[in-house]
Design a protein around this ligand. Structure first.
Ligand code: AMP
Length: 388
C-alpha cells in the first residue's frame, strides 16, 4: 500500500520512518528539490498547482495525507477527486486561516483570546480601541513560527504597524488578511496531540508544556509538569469537539495558553506536530505511527507516556552527536537538511523515569544547550517546575 504525502519536510520524513515497519510505502510531493524525504522515498518535485504532476503523483496511491498545512486547498480538492485525502479539505481550509480557526473554536465553545479581523491599515485603530493594548497583530494566513506578527504595546507600535500595512483590502477580496488578538499574560503554553481513526475511535496524548523563543518552539516537556486533570480533560474535550465538527481523520494538534488554570486555544494544526516529537521514544505509540494507523484504517495505538521526556529542537546548528548520545536515554534526530539560521535541523529527546532524573539528564547536556535560546536554564533554575 502506497501513501502519498504532500510536503517533504521532517514531519513527512518521520511519518515514513514510522510507516515502514507497518509495511507501508510512501511517495512525496514537494516543490523544493532540497526536501529531506528525498533520501528515503520517491518524491515528485513540482509546484502544488502543477496538475499533470499531481496526476502522476496520485496514480496508484491508496490515499493522500499532508505534513504541511499551507498546501493550497485547490491542490487537495484536485487530488480528492482521484484518491481519498485525509484529514479532509475542510480541516485544512479552517486551519489555514487564523480567523476561521478562532471562529470555529468559539462556535464549539472552546475559549480563545479576544480577537478582531483587520482588513487593512484603516481598520487598525478601531480594532485596537476594541481590544486594547498590549495586543498582537498577525497575518491571518501563511504565518508560522512567529513570522508575520507585530507586538503592539504602545501607540508608537500601532503607528509603526499601520505604516507597514497596506490600505484596506478591496471589497472583492473575500479573505481578511490580518487579525488583532488581545495579548494573553499566560502562565505557560501547552499543546495537545489527539488522533481520530476512520472508525471514529479517538486517543489523546498527555498535554505538553512548550517553551518558545523568537516565535519558534525550542523545548517541550511531556507530560506537562503539574498537570491538573481538569485541564487535561478540557484539552481533550476541545480536540473531540473539533474532531466531531470536521469528521476528522488523523492527528490534530491544538496549541493553548494556560491562564489561571484555564485553557485558551491559540491555533490548531491538522497534522503531526513538532510538540509531539517526544512521542517517538516517550509514548507507547508515536504520533507518526498513530496518524498512519488512523488514515489507513488500523486500530489506534496507546498514547500513554513512558516516564517523562524533554524534547529540544535544534535550530540553525547542531551539536556534537557524541556529546548528546553520551547521556543515557538521549535520542538524536537529524533531518538531513543544510544548516541555515532559524531552520529546524533536528531534535533531541531525553527520556527519564522521574522528573528528578529528567532534570539531572537535562543538566548533563553540554554548554551548547545551555545557551539562552534552548530555554533550559529557565526550567533547570526552578527544579520544582519539572516535577509532575
Ligand atoms: P503563533 O504563530 O500564533 O503560534 O504565535 C507564536 C508565539 O507567539 C506563541 O507561541 C506565543 O508565544 C506568542 N503569542 C501568539 N499569540 C499570542 C497572544 N495572543 N498573546 C500572547 N502571546 C502570543
Amino acid at each position: 500500500m502506497t501513501i502519498g504525502i504532500l510536503g517533504g519536510g521532517q514531519l513527512g520524513y518521520m511519518l515514513a520512518l514510522a510507516g515502514y515497519p507497518l509495511g507501508l510505502h510512501f511517495r512525496f510531493f514537494d516543490p523544493s528539490p532540497e526536501a529531506p524525504v528525498g533520501r528515503i522515498a520517491p518524491r515528485v518535485t513540482a509546484d502544488f498547482n502543477d496538475e499533470p504532476a499531481l496526476e502522476k503523483f496520485a496514480n496508484g496511491l491508496e490515499l493522500v495525507t499532508y505534513e504541511f498545512e499551507n498546501v493550497p486547498v485547490e491542490t487537495v480538492r484536485f487530488l480528492a477527486e482521484r484518491v481519498p485525502v485525509l484529514p479532509s479539505e475542510k480541516a485544512l481550509e479552517v486551519a489555514q486561516d487564523r480567523i476561521s480557526e478562532k471562529t470555529l473554536f468559539q462556535e464549539l465553545g472552546i475559549p480563545t483570546t479576544e480577537f478582531v479581523p483587520v482588513a487593512g491599515r484603516d481598520d487598525l485603530d478601531a480594532a485596537v480601541k476594541k481590544i486594547g493594548l498590549p495586543a498582537i497583530l498577525k497575518t491571518s494566513r501563511m504565518g508560522y513560527d512567529g513570522k508575520g506578527q507585530w507586538h503592539l504595546r504602545t501607540s508608537e507600535n500601532v503607528a509603526r504597524a499601520k505604516s507597514e500595512l497596506p490600505e484596506r483590502t478591496a471589497a472583492s477580496e473575500s479573505r481578511v488578511p490580518y487579525i488583532l488578538e488581545k495579548f494573553v499574560r499566560f502562565t505557560r503554553e501547552l499543546s495537545v496531540i489527539a488522533v481520530r481513526a476512520r472508525t471514529g475511535e479517538t486517543a489523546v496524548y498527555p498535554l505538553v508544556e512548550n517553551h518558545h523563543r523568537g516565535g519558534i518552539l525550542r523545548l517541550s516537556l511531556a507530560p506537562a509538569p503539574h498537570l491538573d486533570p481538569v485541564v487535561q480533560r478540557s484539552a481533550e474535550q476541545a480536540a473531540r469537539a473539533v474532531f466531531d465538527e470536521l469528521k476528522y481523520v488523523g492527528v490534530l494538534a491544538i496549541e493553548f495558553f494556560e491562564q489561571n488554570g484555564k485553557l485558551l486555544a491559540n491555533e490548531m494544526a491538522p497534522r503531526v506536530h513538532n510538540s509531539g516529537h517526544w512521542t517517538i521514544e516517550g509514548a507507547l505509540t508515536s504520533q507518526f505511527e498513530n496518524h498512519l494507523r488512523a488514515v489507513v484504517g488500523l486500530p489506534l495505538g496507546s498514547t500513554l507516556a513512558i516516564g517523562c521526556s524533554a524534547m529540544l529542537n535544534l535550530i540553525g546548528e547542531t551539536p556534537e552527536a557524541a556529546e548528546v548520545l553520551a547521556i543515557r536515554d538521549a535520542h538524536l534526530h537529524l533531518y538531513g537538511k543544510a544548516a541555515r539560521a532559524g531552520r529546524k535541523l533536528g531534535h533531541v529527546t531525553l527520556r527519564a523515569s522521574s522528573s528528578e532524573q529528567l532534570a539531572s539528564r537535562l543538566s548533563e547536556l553540554s554548554s551548547f544547550f545551555h545557551r539562552p535560546e534552548y530555554c533550559l536554564d529557565a526550567v533547570l533554575s526552578r527544579p520544582a517546575s519539572l516535577r509532575a
